[in-house]
Design a protein around this ligand. Structure first.
Ligand SMILES: NC(=O)n1nc(-c2ccco2)nc1N
Length: 315
């Protein structure tokens, strides 16, 4: 087979396997097969540099370490969520929404991943910028570090231009392995996966970030075109494009359905391979979100139910 064709075939396969692993959470081949194909692609691109392209899955670890992070401004502010801490407060919040709209809207309930909020800009299907939330208006350009996360495609299977919002996080197993290694080396331990993810994304050398096994779930789409009309459609759309989206979300019509979903995860939380600190509830239809608008710092159409702080069992 001609080398260029072989490279294209390898890229297609790696993207397909990445999609099955990160979006469907249902890999069809063992990790060893993925690694074998990736190594073959790296070898060919090393022998034939003219076949290498910036959006090849091999181009995830950047060049030299940065001296500093460049500041970026978010065209659309990344707002923080208001919180509720009980069923009563949740029922009150739903009641206010129904009163403002004059009817009961459809809601989306989804997991609240305990990591770092990030923004990904895609232009014509290519990842052009990744940034931290920062203060919501000004963040830091951490494109080099976010490119090391396999759940974030460098090239989408459609030439779309939009911004994706999501949470970069460190899975529990990666966190345990990292702290075991740091303990062995006599280095200070990270207190929790959230701090470990934040510390990893703040590395100026993307080779260090690449070694931290970070992950990502998209939870929002910012676009000027009318690509989709609701939040639940945006999650399905992002998944179809190959961007990692958690499949644990659902739609609910009433406060009771929302509470049932929340109660499911109070028990399931400890079995999840990543940490969550609550459940996020959003009005589904974008039209209704626009109608409800924002307070000074939070959307009126979304709220986070925060789990009670887990009592620390001191043995
Ligand atoms: N942290 C987290 O998982 N989030 N955060 C949002 C959010 C923040 C602002 C709008 O939406 N949504 C989810 N699932």
């Amino acid at each position: 087979m001609e080398m260029a064709e072989r490279v294209e075939a390898l890229r297609q396969k790696l993207n397909q396997y990445g999609y099955e692993y990160y979006v469907l959470d249902r890999p069809s081949v063992p990790d060893a097969e993925y690694d074998r194909l990736m190594n073959e692609l790296i070898e060919i691109e090393t022998d034939y540099p003219e076949l290498r392209s910036p959006d090849s899955p091999t181009q995830r670890v950047g060049g030299a370490p940065l001296d500093a992070f460049v500041k970026v401004t978010h065209d659309t502010p990344m707002l923080s969520l208001g919180n509720v801490f009980s069923k009563e407060e949740l029922v009150e919040w739903v009641g206010r929404i129904e009163k403002d709209l004059g009817y009961s809207p459809l809601f989306v309930a989804e997991l609240k991943f305990d990591g770092l909020a990030v923004s990904l800009k895609y232009e014509a299907g290519r990842l052009v910028r990744g940034a931290t939330r920062g203060d919501g208006t000004t963040g830091e350009d951490i494109t080099q570090n976010l490119k090391t996360i396999r759940a974030i495609p460098l090239r989408l299977n459609e030439d779309v231009t939009f911004e994706v919002r999501g949470e970069a996080y460190m899975p529990k197993r990666s966190f345990e392995h990292l702290n075991d290694e740091r303990e062995r080396l006599g280095e200070p331990l990270f207190a929790n996966p959230r701090n470990a993810a934040a510390g990893s994304l703040r590395q100026l050398d993307s080779k260090i970030a690449a070694a931290r096994n970070l992950a990502f779930f998209a939870y929002g789409l910012v676009s000027t075109d009318d690509l989709v009309a609701s939040h639940d459609e945006s999650l399905a759309y992002l998944g179809r494009l190959g961007i990692a989206v958690s499949q644990e979300y659902t739609t609910c019509q009433t406060a009771d359905e929302l509470w049932d979903y929340i109660e499911t995860y109070v028990t399931r939380r400890s079995e999840l391979p990543y940490e969550i600190d609550g459940i996020v509830i959003k009005v589904a239809a974008y039209e209704e979100q626009e109608q409800l608008g924002f307070t000074a710092k939070s959307p009126r159409w979304a709220v986070a139910y925060k789990f009670p702080a887990e009592e620390v069992v001191t043995t």
